[in-house]
Design a protein around this ligand. Structure first.
Ligand code: DGL
Length: 249
C-alpha cells in the first residue's frame, strides 16, 4: 500500500483528492490544509516555498511515498524548488488546463480563472505563450472564490454574485471554455456553470492530475493493494472548513 500525501492552502485540494481516490481507492491518504495561511494567492513566492518545504517534511514524516501539490499557486511558486530539494520524492503538481481548452474552443476565446500567483507563474506564462497565437486567452482572478469555499458558501446569492463578478468579463469576451486554475474553484462549479450557460464548457485538470499520480506510483512500483479506506486530515488552522468540505464529498 502506498501513502499519498496531498496539500493545499486549504480545502480546495480535496477536489483533487476526490479524483485520485476514484482511481486509487485502497491507498493511504494524508491531506494537509495550510488554512492558517490561506489564501496563498497574493502571498510571496518565498513564503509559499517555505510553507511547501515545511509541509513536505510533515507529509514525509507521516510516511508519504508521493506528494501531490493540490494547489496551482503552490505548484507555480514551489514545485521546482521542492523537486530540487527532495530529488528522491515524486511530486505531482497542478497547472491550468489551457491545452484542452485551446484545442476544444469553437469561439477561439478561452477564459482562465486562477489566483494572481498562478497567473504570474512562469510555467503558466510559458504554456499561455504556446497557445496564444492560435486562440485568445482571457484571464481573471476568482476574487473571493477561495473565501467562499473555505466558509462553506457553495450556493445562494452571495456565491452567485461573487462568481459572476469575475466570470462575466470572460463570458463578455466570448470565452466558450472556462479553465479552473485553482483547486478551490471546482467546488463552485455548479454556480459557474449556471452563470455561464450550456454553450460554455468548464475544464478542471483534476482528473488528469489523478491519472498522472497513478502513472508515477506505478512507475515507482508501489503495490496497489486492496485494503481498508484510510485518510488522515490535518490542518494548520481550525479544522471546521476541511471537515465540512470532506463531509460534502
Ligand atoms: N487552491 C489553491 C490553488 O489552487 C490556492 C488558493 C489560495 O490559497 O489562494 O491555487
Amino acid at each position: 500500500m502506498a501513502t499519498i500525501g496531498i496539500f493545499d492552502s486549504g480545502s480546495g485540494g480535496l477536489s483533487v483528492y476526490r479524483e485520485i481516490v476514484k482511481l486509487l481507492p485502497y491507498e493511504r491518504y494524508v491531506y494537509f490544509a495550510d488554512n492558517a495561511h490561506c489564501p496563498y494567492g497574493e502571498k510571496s513566492v518565498e513564503f509559499i516555498q517555505d510553507r511547501a518545504r515545511a509541509i513536505t517534511d510533515l507529509l514525509l514524516g507521516r510516511g508519504a511515498d508521493i506528494i501531490v501539490v493540490a494547489c496551482n499557486t503552490a505548484t507555480a511558486a514551489a514545485i521546482a524548488t521542492l523537486r530540487e530539494a527532495y530529488p528522491e520524492v515524486p511530486f505531482v503538481g497542478m497547472e491550468p488546463a489551457v491545452k484542452p481548452a485551446a484545442l476544444g474552443t469553437k469561439s477561439g476565446v478561452i477564459g482562465v480563472l486562477a489566483t494572481a500567483g498562478t497567473l504570474k507563474g512562469s510555467k503558466y506564462l510559458k504554456t499561455k505563450g504556446r497557445f496564444e497565437e492560435d486562440v485568445c486567452i482571457v484571464e481573471h482572478v476568482g476574487v473571493g472564490f477561495v473565501e467562499l469555499v473555505e466558509n462553506g458558501i457553495l450556493e445562494g446569492p452571495e456565491a452567485f454574485e461573487t462568481v459572476r463578478a469575475s466570470l462575466q468579463p470572460l463570458l463578455d469576451a466570448g470565452a466558450d471554455r472556462i479553465v479552473l486554475g485553482c483547486t478551490h474553484y471546482p467546488f463552485l462549479r455548479p454556480v459557474i456553470e449556471a452563470i455561464a450557460g450550456p454553450g460554455v464548457q468548464v475544464i478542471d485538470p483534476a482528473p488528469a492530475v489523478a491519472r498522472q499520480t497513478v502513472r508515477l506510483l506505478e512507475k515507482d512500483c508501489v503495490q496497489l493493494d486492496e485494503g481498508p479506506f484510510h485518510i488522515e486530515l490535518l490542518s494548520s488552522g481550525a479544522p471546521d472548513s476541511l471537515n465540512r468540505i470532506f463531509t460534502l464529498l
